[in-house]
Design a binder for this molecule. Structure first.
Ligand code: ADP
Ligand code: MG
Length: 282
């Protein structure tokens, strides 16, 4: 039989903007000390971590242990007192659109529509090809909010606002996505849906994600790797590879393997939470 399609004529898939070759995060001997009203406080104790491009890494730890501080240092909001953070070899000195950040509280511009919010980054960077709105629409579709593009944030539920936040961060084509308890204010069903949606987006882009949470289920469900942070002063006390199959959906959370990981983290987190509780009540 005549085969008209030679194997070499295979059409290459379109190049992914961030396919697993960018987004290495190096946290190199980083210590963060605050000198405040109540004296000197070590928020993060000498920490070294390397995160490979495309990895989904969760930082799990009790409240007040220094998770946000460490993430804010990667984002460039908090300067490390000692050591250095590099993204693809470049030292982090200030916040930049190469590091997309999604916070727990909704941080959209209330006076802008969904489309205007997401188009904002491409517009100010001047890299909005073909147009900032076209880029915005692509990412709004990806988070499933096309029908809401002309709405204002106040007209959306919390979960929808967080999806806009994710679209807005991605529209800058960042190397890494930094997420600080982004689903913390949502009800548990919405959280579960948001996690699944996030994993789909991540699978499509292969972007590096550094995701901070105090929720064990969330960390195990999402992560390739979970870093456990000790009670204050924060340092990484465990670095565990999550060997669960992908793609992952809600059924995984009742899987035996999933529960084994939960048990492992439960003991560690309980101990650290107790320490944190005692510290806070001293
Ligand atoms: P987590 O996100 O794990 O709950 P944080 O990183 O927010 O913890 O805080 C870690 C510790 O650092 C806390 O004790 C907090 O009070 C302190 N801290 C955070 N930011 C500052 C700051 N700007 N000045 C002084 N102390 C701070
Ligand atoms: Mg925090």
């Amino acid at each position: 039989m005549l085969n008209l399609v030679s194997p070499r004529a295979k059409i290459e898939p379109p190049a992914r903007t961030y396919r697993n070759d960018r987004g290495r995060i190096e946290i190199d001997n980083v210590g963060i000390v605050f000198d405040g009203d109540r004296g000197v406080h070590t928020a993060v104790e000498n920490t070294s971590i390397t995160i490979e491009p495309g990895q989904f890494v969760c930082i799990l730890g009790p409240s007040g242990c220094g998770k946000s501080t460490l993430l804010n240092a990667v984002a460039g909001y908090v300067p490390p007192t000692t050591g250095q953070i590099r993204v693809d070899g470049e030292p982090v000195k200030a916040p930049g659109p190469d590091r997309g950040m999604v916070f727990q509280q909704y941080s959209l511009f209330p006076w802008m529509t969904v489309r205007e919010n997401v188009a904002f980054g491409p517009r100010i960077s001047g890299r909005g090809e073909p147009t900032p709105e076209a880029i915005a629409d692509t990412f709004i579709e990806m988070v499933g909010l096309t029908r809401f593009a002309k709405r204002y944030p106040r007209e959306l539920s919390g979960g929808m606002q967080q999806r806009v936040g994710i679209a807005r961060a991605l529209a800058n084509y960042p190397r890494v996505l930094l997420m600080d308890e982004p689903f913390g204010a949502l009800d548990s069903q919405t959280r579960a849906m948001m996690s699944e949606n996030l994993l789909k987006i991540w699978a499509e882009f292969g972007i590096t994600v550094l995701f901070v949470t105090h929720d064990i289920d969330e960390a195990v469900f999402l992560g390739d790797r979970v870093l456990v942070m000790s009670a204050s002063p924060g340092r990484i006390i465990a670095d565990i590879k999550i060997d669960l199959p992908r793609p992952r959906d809600g059924d995984l959370t009742v899987d035996e393997g999933f529960i084994r990981y939960k048990r492992l983290f439960h003991a560690q987190i309980r101990q650290e939470s107790l320490k944190a509780f005692e510290q806070q009540n001293r």
